[in-house]
Design a protein around this ligand. Structure first.
Ligand SMILES: Cc1cc2nc3c(=O)[nH]c(=O)nc-3n(C[C@H](O)[C@H](O)[C@H](O)COP(=O)(O)OP(=O)(O)OC[C@H]3O[C@@H](n4cnc5c(N)ncnc54)[C@H](O)[C@@H]3O)c2cc1C
Length: 555
């Protein structure tokens, strides 16, 4: 497990909202033993897998056992304007679960039933706390499987909330393509349904997709219906080393452009191969490497592997190995499966600051090569893994938590990397989500979402972190740390105190202090004006979306 960096000066800005004792008493009365205020339980729920410094944990943890539990907890929190943070298994990586505005956590892991397997329709409906491994275990006898694999054994609710993907997405898509329908408890504690089990629908706004990826800021998912796929008749795996990252990426681009239905294609760089060699004694060539998987008929997977081998050799690929038996496939994939832990062990005591960007595949080589050069020049140890078939990759900067300057170098590299990805037409996050880390990154904001938030989560009590440009514009305005900006305290204060006003009054920012930070205030005021403009543009959409939600409410 990655651990928080202890350096206090790198702590996120905390602006805890009051959690009235009357509210905690009401929770205790409603939930009894399923409401815990024990410090150890609260601390466990107040962090994720990121390396961000710890913040005070939530004031209570509710262990929800059914949708009504969630609805009642959210309704109470709404009445008292207390932030609510839904909790899956806490495997997210961008500070998603830190209670920076205080509040309570709703743990959904006890809502872990597979509700309905519809094998003929290739769908399954589950409660949000079902994990992806549990789901695959429970549907094994149907000959079907759920392919989305974010590495960690995450919950289906958490994966839907972060719009997760992972190694299989190149063939099966992400959670966006695979969630068909939801039951959601909205910010006011009402229970709604979005979508159906039908494969397609053109019945108005696609609210399912609005909630998928909203990271718990718009509602708590209490049921999720996802697509399933037939288990492939045959699976083969292959690995291949390349003289350069560019050669490996060019191979992938050709594979994708030729329409080879590859199921997984992962890149690890020479640095990471060196780390896994040391960790797992693999004896692999210390060169950039592609790890691949093919699904289909026995003849089909053979043909796919041969095509890829041919393309790889055109780009100098060598040491191509492929295998069909489960044991051999596992052996070939050992390097990828061990990459994260091998990296952590390569520098004892270090913490990993992970990045996550995604670019159009034609820009992947440019983005990767410039980023590798930049990272090498910084002198910071790192590892690089990529779901390159999607143009998605992660650097992990291995920092010494006791050396603040290393954290700053890592944040600076992250800033430059995201800026580069955006310049190349990509996104600041391909799969990990916004969390706290990417709030304010250009490209995270969509006008309709900015417009929706005040209506769907009026008191911002879901998470207490709304995705407004103006709320916590850390990423853009503090390249090197993200967390240390004392000078946005005035913004936080103006937002914090506005919780009892009309929601969009939050956009009326006070002018910031004069002096070295006045440029920042100007940027924020312009951002606020932009937000108002977007809000006006999105108003019609929002009103209709709200009507839609009204109609979706369950009796
Ligand atoms: C080693 C490692 C590798 C990883 N690799 C990948 C990868 O390849 N691809 C990838 O996509 N991710 C990856 N991740 C990140 C992580 O696994 C995903 O973000 C995962 O989807 C989080 O699920 P969770 O159940 O842990 O949710 P949590 O971390 O508990 O919560 C994540 C967010 O979702 C919200 N949430 C949780 N449940 C609900 C709900 N029912 N309703 C509404 N909101 C909810 C939370 O409030 C929070 O904002 C990796 C993580 C680790 C540790």
């Amino acid at each position: 497990m990655n651990a928080p960096t202890p350096a206090a000066h790198l702590a996120p800005v905390v602006t805890a909202r009051p959690v009235p004792q009357a509210f905690l008493d009401a929770l205790k009365a409603r939930f009894g033993a399923n409401c815990s205020t024990a410090l150890v339980v609260r601390e466990q729920h107040g962090r994720d897998e990121s390396a961000f410094a710890p913040v005070p944990p939530p004031s209570a943890v509710i262990f929800a056992e059914c949708t009504q539990d969630v609805a009642d907890a959210v309704k109470l929190a709404s009445d008292y304007k207390v932030p609510v943070i839904p909790f899956g298994v806490g495997s997210s990586l961008e500070g998603h679960l830190l209670a920076v505005q205080g509040g309570i956590s709703i743990d959904l892991t006890r809502m872990n039933k597979v509700l309905a397997i519809n094998a003929e329709d290739l769908t399954v409906t589950v409660q949000p706390g079902v994990t992806r491994k549990q789901l695959n275990e429970e549907i094994k006898s149907t000959g079907l499987f759920f392919p989305i694999d974010p590495g960690a054994d995450a919950t289906i609710g958490g994966m839907s909330a972060t719009r997760a993907s992972g190694t299989n997405a190149v063939r099966y898509g992400t959670m966006r393509e695979n969630v068909l329908a939801l039951e959601v408890v909205t910010a006011s504690g009402e229970i709604i349904r979005t979508g159906t089990r039908a494969k397609k629908s053109s019945a108005g706004y696609d609210l399912t997709r609005l909630f998928v990826g909203s990271e718990g800021t718009l509602g708590v998912m209490t049921e999720v219906t996802v697509k399933l796929y037939p288990l492939p008749e045959a699976i083969s795996a292959a690995i291949c080393s390349f003289p350069s990252i560019e050669a490996a990426v060019q191979t992938v681009i050709q594979v994708i452009q030729l329409g080879v239905p590859i199921a997984r294609v992962e890149l690890i760089d020479h640095n990471t191969v060196r780390m896994v060699n040391a960790y797992a004694k693999l004896g692999l060539r210390e060169e950039p490497m592609l790890l691949m998987e093919f699904h289909g008929s026995p003849a089909g997977v053979k043909e796919q592997a041969e095509t890829v081998q041919e393309l790889a050799s055109d780009h100098g690929g060598n040491a191509f190995e492929w295998a069909t038996t489960p044991e051999e496939r596992t052996r070939l994939w050992t390097a990828r499966h061990n990459a994260y832990f091998a990296a952590l062990q390569s520098r004892p005591g270090c913490r990993a600051i992970s990045t996550d960007t995604c670019v159009p595949i034609s820009k992947l080589a440019d983005c990767l090569l410039d980023s590798v050069t930049e990272t090498e020049a910084s002198g910071l140890p790192y590892f690089l893994v990529g779901h390159v078939g999607d143009g998605n990759f992660h650097f992990g900067y291995l920092i010494d938590p006791e050396v603040p300057s290393e954290r700053e170098v890592a944040e600076d590299l992250n800033y430059k990397l995201v800026s580069r990805a955006l310049r190349l037409g990509g996104t600041c996050t391909g799969e990990h989500g916004i969390g706290l880390h990417k709030i304010g990154a250009r490209g995270c904001r969509r006008p309709e979402l900015q417009a929706c938030e005040p209506r769907l989560a009026p008191w911002r009590h879901l998470h207490g972190r709304a995705w407004h440009w103006s709320a916590q514009n850390r990423f853009l305005s503090d390249r090197s740390g993200g967390w240390r900006r004392q000078h946005d305290a005035h913004l936080e204060a103006s937002l914090g105190s506005s919780q009892h006003h009309e929601p969009w009054q939050n956009l009326s920012l006070k002018k910031g202090p004069a002096g070295p930070f006045s440029w920042h205030s100007k940027v924020c005021i312009q951002a606020a004006n932009f937000s108002r403009f977007c809000f006006a543009l999105g108003a019609q959409f929002v009103n209709q979306a709200i009507e839609f939600i009204e109609r979706s409410k369950l009796d």
